[in-house]
Design a protein around this ligand. Structure first.
Ligand SMILES: [Fe+2]
Length: 255
């Protein structure tokens, strides 16, 4: 993809967000939130791809820019970002790309890889059958996505700070409460599902669990350098059990 086509794609994405912003009216800040998230994921993916010295960096950047394109129609139609209460926004985005002409400048194989990456960016597991480039694109975009979600969500969870139930999924804000099964999943080294979450503290545990599970070393380094574990555990209950979990996660993050 030529530089000029990359610039045009960026312009069209920003124009699409602007069109949804005026159509949605009230709640337009949620469209802006996803537009800005997409632009930051694009920047993060550029960094990861450069640090890992991956070839065809432009295809990673295009997939990163478009990964949440399904969020706009999801929010317009349902007023929520909860996939379990609306549509799967990865599949929605793939559909937007299949029916639109955003990727017309690309060869069919390139188009297919980007659509597949958008479709799979939010799935719990990647299928085993992906070709190496598509798998790599999925891993990098999923890493960039998580790296950007963490500070966005944390900014809406600070004690006494601004609240946004759309971002924090309407979870119960009780500083001393968490779901026992969610804590156990994270202690086991796994990631809870969004559907498992009941309290804000569960969401913090989910965000913390992502760090060591980022696919690329460059991504784990960014997570560590940004101090996310420290930020998350500073607002969780100050108990021995949480301190042990923090130590374990930061050890696994550094591996
Ligand atoms: Fe997404």
């Amino acid at each position: 993809m030529h530089r000029e086509d990359q610039r045009r794609l960026m312009g069209r994405f920003v124009a699409l967000a602007a069109a949804y912003e005026s159509r949605v009216g009230q709640g337009r800040e949620h469209i802006v939130l996803k537009r800005d998230h997409s632009l930051r994921v694009h920047a993060l993916v550029s960094r990861i791809v450069a640090r890992e010295d991956l070839s065809q960096p432009w295809i990673y950047r295009a997939a990163a820019l478009l990964h949440d394109i399904g969020r706009f129609s999801q929010f317009e139609r349902f007023g929520t970002f909860r996939d379990d209460r609306s549509v799967d926004h990865g599949s929605e985005g793939a559909q937007v790309l299949r029916t639109g002409n955003y990727l017309d400048a690309l060869k069919p194989g390139e188009r297919q890889r980007i659509v597949q990456t958008v479709e799979l960016h939010n799935k719990r597991e990647l299928p085993g059958s992906l070709d190496p480039l598509t798998r790599s694109m999925c891993e990098v975009v999923r890493d960039g996505d998580k790296l950007d979600i963490v500070p966005v969500v944390l900014s809406k969870m600070r004690p006494g700070g601004p609240r946004d139930p759309v971002v924090t999924l309407g979870l119960v804000d009780d500083a001393g409460a968490w779901t026992a099964s969610v804590l156990k999943i994270v202690e086991r080294g796994a990631n809870p599902a969004y559907a498992d979450l009941g309290y804000l503290n569960d969401f913090k545990l989910l965000l913390a669990s992502w760090g060591p599970k980022l696919s690329l070393r460059a991504s784990r380094q960014i997570f560590a350098a940004r101090g996310h574990l420290e930020q998350i555990f500073a607002t969780l209950p100050q108990t021995e059990r949480f301190a042990c979990l923090k130590a374990d996660l930061s050890h696994r993050l550094a591996v």
